[in-house]
Design a protein around this ligand. Structure first.
Ligand SMILES: [Zn+2]
Length: 135
């Protein structure tokens, strides 16, 4: 069972990776898009008219495949860092993550997600009895 603190640390780590990957994806897609436009401008002058469409189409397809690979990689990294329910194994992302934080339970199976922290463990039975005897 996860400790609440470990769960929150994992979420923070995931958000950090998400932000970094989003920034990387934005920079690469804009950079590659601009490079593609420059290449097409160059190809307009240097490539024979008949093959221009095939060249432009190929470059565009390569661009789309690269972006798809980057998005897939980002999603895989983020999914690997997402906490899972210890009961049913369901990913706790988006609304499930917020429900887990608010209630301590999985929104899919209702199982408990967090174990007690060291400081929250109840005192041994004898201690409870001793406390009750006090005035
Ligand atoms: Zn569950």
């Amino acid at each position: 069972m996860l400790k609440r603190k470990a769960f929150e640390e994992r979420l923070a780590e995931r958000k950090k990776v998400e932000r970094r990957e989003d920034r990387r994806l934005a920079l690469l897609s804009v950079g590659l898009g601009a490079a593609q436009l420059l290449f097409l401008r160059w190809a307009d002058k240097h490539v024979v008219r008949g093959t221009r469409l095939a060249v432009a189409g190929s470059v565009f397809l390569i661009y789309m495949v690269l972006i798809a690979v980057l998005v897939w990689r980002r999603e895989r990294k983020v999914r690997a860092l997402s906490p899972r329910c210890p009961q049913c194994g369901g990913a706790l992302r988006g609304m499930s993550e917020r429900v887990a934080l608010a209630t301590g339970r999985c929104d899919k199976c209702g199982g408990e997600i967090f174990g007690l922290e060291e400081s929250e463990t109840p005192p041994p039975f004898e201690d409870v009895g001793a406390r009750r005897d006090r005035p």
